[in-house]
Design a binder for this molecule. Structure first.
Ligand SMILES: *[C@@H]1O[C@H](CO)[C@@H](O)[C@H](O)[C@H]1NC(C)=O
Ligand SMILES: *[C@@H]1O[C@H](CO)[C@@H](O)[C@H](O)[C@H]1NC(C)=O
Ligand SMILES: *[C@@H]1O[C@H](CO)[C@@H](O)[C@H](O)[C@H]1NC(C)=O
Ligand SMILES: *[C@@H]1O[C@H](CO)[C@@H](O)[C@H](O)[C@H]1NC(C)=O
Ligand SMILES: [Zn+2]
Length: 960
């Protein structure tokens, strides 16, 4: 634990005091029991770990349904704890998951709410973490972390007031920990982050078996079966001495790992405390039994009391600057499969994140404009669904299938609700009337009712970035020619065969019509702005796009070649460089768990040997169009891929659009599919880089960990897998070349050989990996294994040159940004519109901003908040050394940011928008840096953004 605790503390900047200024009065919400400097102080932390979905759905866990899976009803936990604490002021408990707290709160009568609130105010219940869920760290994007903490904090403030604001971050169950998550917690002004599950090398941490569970012999919970403490000497079952002896041994053992005489012991487990009196009554007795102990002082505590006690002892702490990935609980058992598990769900999470951000912006603009019939609460469903799916058994893909189905339903319902007001909002912003505006969530699956049914329709594009974008629109259409008209007349388009007819062959109802994709570029869509395009069906019937026997695509600025014999990628040209790069699909045979190894499953990636290649490609068709040049490769009956480039100069990358599945397991062997890029003559010296939650890149060295040694021969492949949330890169330092692959969802990836990059894109296994979920990860659809489709974007370039006004790293940042926050596209039939109205509409050039921000400034949040305020969050998207010209501080005046409103009454907040930055005080750990206070200019709307800064403001938007 100490190793962990020291890292934990040192990673973060700590604040000095637990009391804080609430304006007029100072509230102190924490009451700690006395500790004894002469003894080992054992801080007992009573907690319940309540997964927001895993074996049961959130709803089933909350209410206590589906009890044969687990006898759990979270609703009883909070009630039972409140009752157990009420008349016992010494007892303590921590409450963690705000999603469950909110369900509980809504279902309580006022008496119970007040009882709970009082316990929070008098320090008996401490709210820790406070996020909607305890998010996974490997697969989540930083923006989703920020969102789900912000929403949790807001609900806690609304219900419990200021004492409900957590000061401790608590990540005891996620399977590995990222640097970026730690950094986010610092920016949220948490005093410390406590976490569980790290590499086995660190030994025991929380409790004896590296978990957050109650130590052996002391598990008195309703879900446990240890004997209670019998401290009546006249009782035949009197056992208090026995209990104490074994506990003292445990404590002395733990104490060796700690740097101070304070030891933390967690008293809890998954869904404990449904009958809290069982736990507290026995803890009372245990504490009492230690009353006169000369060595050990036992006390009810909370993480902030523990932290405070450690702080008083002033231990010397160490700093760790890498992360805790990948996690393994044995030399040959690496928890890296979940980086890729359930690839479609991981993609859907990105889509829903995108729509939520668009929704928050649009509702903000509409509310600030005074749209009368707007219901901003329609954002809440998706806010909460997205918070839930960040959970460490949700986005990870480690939940049971029926729970995953429920998550999908939850997100989908949220999206429908958010989008339900878009027509009202667009009509208001544009002063128009577009009554039927609909999005096409299934366009990537060749389904879009409007574009496939109507001969003429409008395409509305809303850009959520603060900088203009050229957005590729791709819509399934009828088997015909099409024209596309923008504000400056007709624009180029292509009608292409889609990647495969697989989905509509298998789908029961069959294709709606046709089977062609219309592709065009919605160019220069303004920042936070809208453009419209008119699409008209032509008279000409299209036969399938022609096949050319071409193997060379693009030109000297951007292009790629295929090999004549293998039909695989051979070389790539971009940013003034040409590199020989091949790419192909391979599979790892999943280990079946025989011979004492753990099987490959939802959590664990356990390959049975090296990857096998599927073979060469055949060319289905190739195409040189007006907008794209592309080739469709077929690898086998269930793997196809389009490699393409766009002719628009703002799309400076090679796109790989792959379709994989149903993975063939007819040989009874599970398979995990990877795409692998091989760059010839490239020396990256066993070093590669992966992003941390979509932000800073972290160096990875093959078979090596910066802070400890391990034996890579036990599992040479999986032990080198890392999460890739947005990008993986290799660099040849001799030639200063960089090759990167960006992705559209989180995946596992590695570089196992020189010049190589691989990403795992699909997994289908036939065995469970014995980590609790109890199901093999073998997703089904249409009665077969699930098919997944996704994209990779390959970028190459020299690191010391600037192309297109940016270094290759900066280009990759903008690309990642554009893929994370894509424009929202809505369709509207023209049936009821006059020609003059249509002409007027396609001249629309709306932007909510007065001017575009520079591409490196990201407006990551514009969100309607309490009492007619808004959250405004800006980010400088570059790291310090990513671009000599662009990675520099930028000053701007946010007062004038918006076209129609002044930004006024600006309050700078911590990252979670719950504390005014100026009120944050830091624990004074001498050897650590303090949270840097931002410059306060006399004009509070004039701000400066430094590389990697994120700054959060609560503002008013007042109409000009
Ligand atoms: C501890 O010592 C006090 C004073 O001698 C005594 O009253 C109390 O019963 C003792 N407690 C235990 C658990 O032995
Ligand atoms: C669908 O694709 C398969 C394989 O590429 C092809 O044989 C078949 O003709 C296609 N069907 C349709 C309806 O286009
Ligand atoms: C296009 O195809 C439709 C349906 O197959 C047919 O009715 C129509 O006559 C065709 N038009 C032309 C111009 O060939
Ligand atoms: C918390 O709630 C109080 C009372 O409603 C409000 O005054 C305060 O601004 C809220 N704090 C935040 C950060 O929203
Ligand atoms: Zn958990």
């Amino acid at each position: 634990m100490l190793i962990r605790a020291t890292f934990t503390l040192s990673l973060l900047t700590l604040t000095v005091s637990r009391s804080f200024d609430s304006g007029s009065s100072t509230i102190n919400c924490v009451k700690c029991h006395a500790t004894d400097p002469e003894k080992i102080n054992v801080h007992l932390i009573h907690h319940s770990h309540d997964d927001v979905g895993w074996l049961k759905t959130v709803d089933q866990y909350y209410w206590g349904l589906n009890q044969s899976i687990a006898r759990v009803g979270v609703q009883y936990i909070m009630t039972s704890v409140a009752n157990a604490l009420e008349n016992y002021p010494d007892r303590r408990f921590i409450q963690v998951e705000t999603a469950f707290f909110w369900m509980w709160w809504q279902n309580q009568e006022e008496v119970m709410r007040q009882k709970f609130k009082k316990l929070v105010e008098n320090g008996q219940i401490e709210i820790v973490n406070g996020a909607w869920s305890m998010n996974d760290e490997a697969c989540v994007n930083y923006q989703s972390i920020i969102d789900q903490f912000t929403w949790g904090f807001g609900i806690l403030n609304d219900t419990l007031g200021e004492c409900g604001q957590p000061t401790i971050a608590w990540q005891i169950d996620p399977f590995g920990h990222t640097r970026e998550h730690g950094s986010m917690m610092t920016k949220m002004a948490f005093d410390a982050l406590f976490f569980g599950h790290d590499h086995v090398i660190f030994g025991s941490a929380f409790g004896s078996d590296n978990t957050y569970h109650t130590p052996g012999g002391l598990c008195w919970d309703y879900l446990c079966s240890d004997d209670a403490i019998d401290d009546d000497p006249s009782s035949p079952g009197y056992n208090v001495n026995v209990k104490i002896t074994s506990f003292v041994n445990d404590v002395k053992n733990y104490a060796k790992y700690y740097k101070t005489n304070h030891v933390i012991i967690t008293m809890g487990g998954d869904f404990y405390y449904q009958a809290a009196e069982l736990n507290f009554r026995n803890s009372d007795k245990l504490i009492k039994a230690f009353q006169n102990n000369t060595e050990v002082n036992l006390l009810y505590s909370t993480p902030s009391c523990y932290l405070n006690a450690v702080y008083q002892s002033q231990p010397v702490l160490e700093t760790k600057t890498d992360d805790f990935l990948p996690y393994s609980n044995a030399d040959d058992t690496f928890w890296v499969g979940y980086f890729t598990s359930r690839p479609n769900f991981k993609y859907f999470e990105r889509v829903s994140h995108n729509i939520l951000q668009v929704g928050k912006q649009l509702y903000s603009l509409a509310r600030a404009s005074g749209v009368s019939n707007l219901n901003v609460d329609l954002l809440n469903g998706l806010r909460q669904a997205n918070g839930v799916v960040q959970h460490h058994d949700a986005i990870t893909g480690t939940e049971k299938q029926h729970v995953n189905d429920d998550y999908v339903k939850m997100i989908h319902r949220g999206i429908i609700e958010v989008e339900s007001q878009f027509s009202i909002i667009f009509n208001n912003l544009l002063n128009q009337s577009l009554p039927q505006l609909t999005s096409c969530l299934e366009a990537n699956n060749s389904i879009c009712h409007t574009s496939q049914t109507y001969d003429e329709f409008l395409v509305l594009v809303y850009n959520p970035l603060a900088t203009p974008v050229d957005h590729i629109i791709r819509l399934p259409v009828q088997n015909a020619s099409y024209s596309v008209e923008g504000p400056n007349g007709n624009i180029q388009s292509d009608v292409l065969e889609p990647i495969s007819n697989f989905t509509f062959i298998k789908r029961e109802e069959g294709p709606i019509v046709g089977g062609q994709d219309l592709v065009f570029v919605a160019d220069e869509v303004p920042p936070l702005g809208i453009k419209l395009f008119l699409v008209k069906k032509g008279s000409e019937n299209i036969t399938r796009s022609k096949t050319f026997d071409i193997r060379s695509f693009g030109n000297e600025d951007l292009g790629f070649d295929l090999d004549e014999n293998t039909n695989l990628l051979k070389s790539v040209t971009m940013n003034g460089q040409t590199l020989e790069i091949s790419q192909n699909f391979y599979y790892y045979a999943s280990h079946d768990g025989s011979g004492g190894r753990v099987a490959s499953g939802a959590y664990i990636f356990q390959p049975n040997g090296e990857a096998s290649v599927f073979g060469n490609a055949s060319i289905v068709r190739s195409y040189r169009g007006n907008v794209v040049e592309e080739v469709q490769q077929k690898i086998n009956d269930w793997i196809t891929q389009i490699i393409r480039i766009y002719k628009s100069s703002s799309h400076n990358y090679i796109e790989f659009d792959w379709l994989v599945g149903p993975v063939d397991v007819s040989d009874k062997i599970g398979k995990e599919i990877i795409t692998r890029f091989q760059v010839n003559n490239f020396q990256n010296n066993a070093t590669f880089w992966t992003d941390s939650n979509g932000r800073e890149m972290i160096q990875r060295i093959l078979n090596f960990r910066p802070t400890f040694t391990y034996d890579p021969t036990k599992e040479p492949i999986a032990s080198n897998y890392y999460p890739v949330t947005s990008k993986i890169s290799i660099i040849d330092p001799e030639r200063n070349l960089q090759v990167s692959v960006l992705n559209d969802r989180s995946q596992g990836g590695s570089s196992l050989n020189e010049g190589q990059l691989e990403l795992m894109i699909h997994r289908r296994m036939l065995h469970d990996d014995s980590k609790g979920v109890g199901e093999a990860l073998n997703e089904q659809q249409f009665g077969q294994g699930i098919v997944t489709r996704g994209r990779h974007w390959l970028v190459i370039g020299s690191r010391n040159e600037t192309n297109k006004n940016a270094t290759v790293s900066a280009q990759e940042r903008f690309l990642a940004q554009q893929k994370l926050l894509q424009p929202w596209v809505g369709l509207e039939t023209t049936g009821n519109l006059s020609n003059s109205k249509i002409n007027e509409l396609i001249l629309t050039n709306y932007s909510a901003l007065t001017s575009k921000l520079t591409t490196i400034l990201n407006l990551i949040t514009l969100e309607p908040w309490k009492n007619s305020t808004y959250i405004l969050r800006l980010e400088h998207s570059l790291e310090l050394n990513e671009d000599p010209n662009l990675a520099v501080p930028i000053a701007l005046d946010i007062h004038e940011l918006f076209q129609d409103f002044y930004v006024e009454n600006v309050q700078e907040m911590t990252l979670g928008a719950n504390k005014r930055l100026e009120t944050v005080k830091g624990y004074n750990w001498e050897y650590l840096g303090h949270m840097t206070k931002k410059n306060t200019y006399s004009d509070d709307t004039f701000i400066e953004m430094k590389p990697m800064d994120i700054r959060t403001f609560i503002v008013e938007l007042n109409r000009k």
